[in-house]
Write a protein that binds this ligand. Structure first.
Ligand SMILES: [Zn+2]
Length: 340
């Protein structure tokens, strides 16, 4: 096989193994695909299903034949995702019963029927025992792919019948090239703020899902960082007139007030530690040099007092939702602490 799983990033050894097993007709009837959330398990499972059905030998799966298009587009009646309701903690026996209902009906269009069980580690004991019965003697056309983050939670008897394959973390360079290909926001950042893109790639720690959501949230995140910086600049300015202007702006922040206060606490913590440590791990500022101009204008005691005031307000916001009153209270506290 010249080209196997051409659309899957990383995981080269794993993909080679899967492609060989499929090409040689010795793919087992069940696998557990284990890996961190966002590591691409669902995508890999879908591509395995396509590879099992693909008729072309140009690549496995080719991605363009009828079977591939149907499966990868999510339209095949023979590839069935089984997942618990979002509000449920456990994957219950009812879901296993649903699988059983269709288990002995031959596939519609393909030679195989693939069941993809998401969050399989959340199957409770009843569900696992019921599933085990199907796993012991499945019809020849059935393939089960169990996706999970923690295969340790599965019964030994399940694991003994479904070998575990671990997906690998995507190396940083491959993750970044994926982002540049798939996220318009990442492409924008590559020219406007390459350092930010680099930071997202590092923070995502090999997870495509996490990297994508960090890219999407980056605008919101940048706005929040700026609000906190603007507040600190107004609060530490020689005259406190800008603080009143900020108070108006803060009252319009609505639901974002708690997030603002949490972020401000991180900045205040950075300022406090920067007074004692020359190489601290920073939570808000990207470098000590960035924190320095603000840190130079306040004492540790004032930073800590404002942090306590922020904490008190976060507690109150759990019960009161009047952000206008909250922002007036907070700016009043900030003024009092600065004037002390
Ligand atoms: Zn194909």
């Amino acid at each position: 096989m010249e080209r196997y799983f051409p659309a899957i990033r990383g995981n080269h050894k794993l993909c080679k193994r899967l492609a060989d097993e499929i090409a040689e007709g010795r793919f087992p009837h069940a696998y557990i695909l284990a890996g961190n959330p966002g590591s691409g398990k669902r995508t890999l499972a879908l591509h395995i299903a396509a590879a099992l059905a693909c008729k072309s030998r140009a690549a496995l799966p080719c991605g363009v034949c009828d079977s591939c298009q149907k499966i990868l587009g999510g339209f095949s009646p023979d590839v069935i995702f089984v997942r618990k309701d979002a509000d449920k903690k456990e994957f219950t026996v009812n879901l296993i019963r649903q699988i059983k209902d269709s288990l002995y009906i031959a596939p519609n269009e393909l030679e195989k029927r693939v069941y993809i069980l998401e969050d399989a580690e959340t199957m409770n004991a009843n569900a696992q025992n019921a599933f085990l019965k199907m796993l012991e003697e499945p019809p020849a056309y059935v393939v089960f792919l169990l996706l999970c983050s923690n295969p340790e939670n599965l019964l030994e008897t399940v694991k003994s019948r479904a070998p575990i394959l671990y997906t690998e973390k995507l190396p940083a360079e491959e993750l970044q090239s994926f982002l540049l290909e798939h996220s318009p926001r990442a492409r924008e950042m590559a020219t406007s703020d390459p350092q930010k893109l680099q930071a997202i790639t590092v923070a995502a720690d090999g997870s495509i899902g996490l990297a994508m959501s960090l890219c999407e949230e980056s605008d919101k995140h940048a706005a929040l960082q700026q609000s906190v910086l603007d507040f600190l600049t107004a609060w530490t300015a020689p005259s406190l007139t800008d603080l009143d202007l900020f108070c108006d702006r803060l009252s319009g922040i609505g639901d974002g007030m708690t997030e603002f206060l949490e972020t401000l606490k991180k900045a205040l913590r950075d300022i406090a530690v920067s007074k004692f440590d020359t190489t601290p791990d920073l939570l808000f500022f990207s470098s000590l040099a960035e924190a320095e101009p603000i840190a130079a204008r306040i004492t540790v005691s004032k930073a800590l007092k404002l942090s306590v005031a922020a904490d008190n307000l976060i507690d109150k916001l759990k019960f009161y939702v009047d952000t206008r009153l909250a922002s007036v209270t907070f700016c009043g506290d900030a003024r009092r602490i600065m004037m002390e």
